[in-house]
Design a protein around this ligand. Structure first.
Ligand SMILES: [Zn+2]
Length: 163
């Protein structure tokens, strides 16, 4: 990457859910609805794990549970269904997780430090443009993080932050 004088190079990382949370959920800790995770067998196609940020391999068990990816309760603190590998997996944080290739497009939207949606930032974004869109949004100091969700089902997938 070329950096010009006066311009700060910035890149984006996509976060995995915290490993301690994932391990607790695998052990039967209640989800955001106070329920134990359900289990399904993955078809290997459309079950992206929010920890390794890859599809749960075909034939392996996936946990299905409700997750609220916000620190506080408030009107913007959506919760919804997510998948996790039922088996141990390594956190998939990084600039280009495999998860961002499983769909042709994703819902991308920015939040401020109070976890409120910044109106006007939300957009269905082609998969190959998600990282650059997140980086553009994160150049605005008002933006604390950018969430990437399913474009069709609105399920939370991963959170982009400044490196
Ligand atoms: Zn996984």
């Amino acid at each position: 990457m070329t950096t010009y004088r006066g311009e700060t190079a910035m890149s984006v990382t996509f976060e995995a859910l915290p490993t301690d949370l994932v391990e607790a959920l695998r052990s039967g800790a209640p989800d955001a609805n106070g329920m134990v995770a359900e289990r399904m067998v993955s078809d290997g196609q459309g079950m992206p794990c929010r920890h390794c940020l890859r599809n749960v391999p075909a034939g392996r068990e996936a946990l299905v549970l409700n997750h609220r990816p916000f620190a506080a309760l408030h009107p913007y603190a959506e919760s919804g269904p997510i998948f996790l590998c039922a088996d141990a997996c390594a956190p998939g944080d990084g600039p280009a997780p495999e998860l961002l290739t499983y769909s042709p497009d994703f819902l991308v939207k920015a939040y401020n430090a109070e976890e409120r949606i910044i109106y006007g930032t939300g957009a269905i974004t082609p998969a190959e443009e998600v990282a650059s869109r997140c980086e553009t949004l994160l150049r605005d100091p008002e933006v604390a993080f950018v969430d990437v969700r399913s474009a069709r089902n609105n399920c939370f997938l991963t959170r982009a932050k400044r490196v």
